[in-house]
Design a protein around this ligand. Structure first.
Ligand SMILES: NC(=O)c1ccc[n+]([C@@H]2O[C@H](COP(=O)([O-])OP(=O)(O)OC[C@H]3O[C@@H](n4cnc5c(N)ncnc54)[C@H](OP(=O)(O)O)[C@@H]3O)[C@@H](O)[C@H]2O)c1
Length: 175
């Protein structure tokens, strides 16, 4: 990750994305970690903690409203948190970027959407990282946290890429 960001927000960055959060703490002037309990990692990374529970919509809106516009937003949202996406889009600076991760569950839908909307996705300063599978000798496994964080780094370093597939999709999809 070579690019520098003035303000970065990571939603859901304290679990499998902790290494990505740590890397961004070195390349961002202000890093904010949003989760239900972001305090331990925020303390370790000297980042700001933004406690929120995406099941509590009004409180989550208020928490996000308290933040200034962000140059980079990374979002790992469970289904219950997907309603936050428009708020996160609006939270960007005019040149700000939103990188959203999707689990294998939604991979087919996302890849097909990109096949139709590649240009639009790029114009909106939005990138999607789809988490696939690692398959070796006919055996598939989920990605490790390291592999997932590496795909986030790749998205950060490749703003021109609207879609990044980490690992491979199963079953394989025509692109
Ligand atoms: N295809 C793949 O390879 C793939 C895809 C998906 C997942 N996985 C694996 O599955 C594991 C589990 O994934 P996970 O998403 O359950 O865990 P996770 O990424 O380790 O943690 C989820 C993140 O979201 C936050 N969060 C959870 N509920 C929240 C809420 N209601 N409001 C706000 N923030 C919330 C958590 O912090 P708080 O708990 O503090 O809120 C945390 O930061 C991962 O470690 C990964 O290895 C693999």
């Amino acid at each position: 990750m070579s690019e520098k960001f003035a303000r970065t927000l990571i939603v859901g960055g304290t679990g499998m994305l902790a290494q990505a959060s740590e890397a961004l703490s070195r390349t961002s002037r202000h890093l904010t970690l949003a989760a239900r309990n972001p305090f331990p990692l925020a303390r370790r990374l000297k980042a700001d903690a933004l406690p929120l529970d995406w099941n509590e919509h009004a409180a989550t809106r208020a928490a996000l409203a308290s933040l200034p516009p962000q140059d980079l937003i990374i979002a790992w949202l469970h289904r219950q948190g997907e309603w936050m996406q428009p708020l996160l889009r609006d939270k960007r600076t005019p040149t700000g970027r939103l990188i959203r991760l999707f689990s294998s569950r939604s991979s087919r839908e996302i890849v097909e959407r990109h096949a139709r909307l590649r240009e639009n996705a790029l114009k909106k300063g939005e990138q999607h990282v789809v988490l696939g599978w690692m398959t070796r000798a006919g055996i598939s496994r989920w990605l490790t946290d390291e592999e997932i964080c590496a795909s986030v780094g790749k998205a950060i370093d490749s703003p021109e890429k609207a879609l990044i597939i980490a690992g491979s999709l199963e079953p394989p999809l025509p692109l």
